[in-house]
Design a protein around this ligand. Structure first.
Ligand SMILES: [Zn+2]
Length: 284
């Protein structure tokens, strides 16, 4: 056989060998990495549905375990499954609906002209920032009528620093509703203020209360350590008042408020509601 033919035969055998090896290894290799899987089958997925990935120390400087699993949305029922459109007989929601019928007949329709005006637009004079406490409903304790108060309430009547939600309320009420007064109202027996003394482990409440902790620090720096229940009660009262002052300070850091106050368009007040007497007073 000529040397040229031997070379050609060798090349053909070499090509055949490469093809055979590739066909044998292709499936397991692709299955392992999950890189090419035309139907995306679970069998080809390189990871289990849940568990954790251990990242070796050499990659990160220190060991790290990254947990993973199904996303929350995959675990939860679709939102629509929770809404039946039916109200359970005897439920609190049924009570609310019944109450609304009574309100509509006795209150709304009794002032139908005013309520029809309000249906077309609002022009409140006051922005009320209050606590979510169920006992401190601003319209009830002030006798304000519908459309008179623009209200935002949260746990502890707090004005957080750099809060987008509150910033939007402030800008909207000042720049578009042209409110003339902003009120921050605290109240007695406030759960938020009492929580400043507790070591809570909830994921969000302690973070939220961070913008009120200064009130506790200020009060504790100027009074003796309380010893009797009466002294403890008085300390809480002082913290509730100080929290109103503190939140007024926070309020003034928002540009929309600062500008409106400096131009004399808006006046800011701190108020305090005493649940035990029903009295609303000015915090100085
Ligand atoms: Zn409260």
């Amino acid at each position: 056989m000529r040397a040229e033919n031997i070379i050609w035969l060798f090349l053909v055998l070499l090509v055949l060998l490469v093809v055979v090896i590739s066909s044998v290894q292709a499936v397991p290799i692709f299955s392992r990495v999950g890189a090419i899987d035309p139907v995306g089958s679970k069998a080809a997925c390189p990871f289990p549905e849940s568990g954790s990935i251990s990242v070796p120390i050499s990659m990160l400087g220190q060991g790290l375990v990254i947990p993973f699993g199904p996303t929350r949305s995959a675990q939860e029922k679709p939102v629509g499954d929770h809404i039946t459109g039916e109200v359970q007989h005897g439920s609190l929601v049924e009570e609310l609906l019944q109450g609304n019928l009574k309100f509509r007949d006795d209150v709304y329709n009794a002032s139908i002209e005013r309520n029809q005006e309000l249906a077309a637009g609002q022009n409140p004079g006051v922005l009320w920032i209050g606590c979510s406490d169920s006992r401190s409903d601003p319209e009830r304790i002030t006798g304000a009528g519908p459309g008179e108060l623009f209200v935002t309430r949260n746990v502890g009547n707090i004005v957080p620093n750099h809060d987008w939600s509150l910033a939007a309320v402030l800008e909207y009420s000042i720049n578009y509703l042209n409110v003339q007064e902003i009120v921050i109202c605290g109240h007695s027996d406030c759960g938020a203020i009492k929580s400043l003394d507790k070591d809570l482990h909830d994921p969000y409440i302690p973070l939220w209360l961070n913008d009120a902790r200064e009130a506790k620090t200020r009060v504790d720096s100027r009074i003796m350590v309380p010893k009797t229940p009466e002294e403890m009660k008085e300390r809480n009262h002082q913290m509730e008042l100080e929290n109103v002052r503190l939140q007024v300070e926070h309020l003034m850091t928002y540009p929309s408020v600062k500008t409106a106050v400096s131009e004399g368009r808006v006046h800011v007040s701190g108020l305090y509601y005493d649940l035990a007497t029903g009295t609303l007073s000015v915090v100085t």
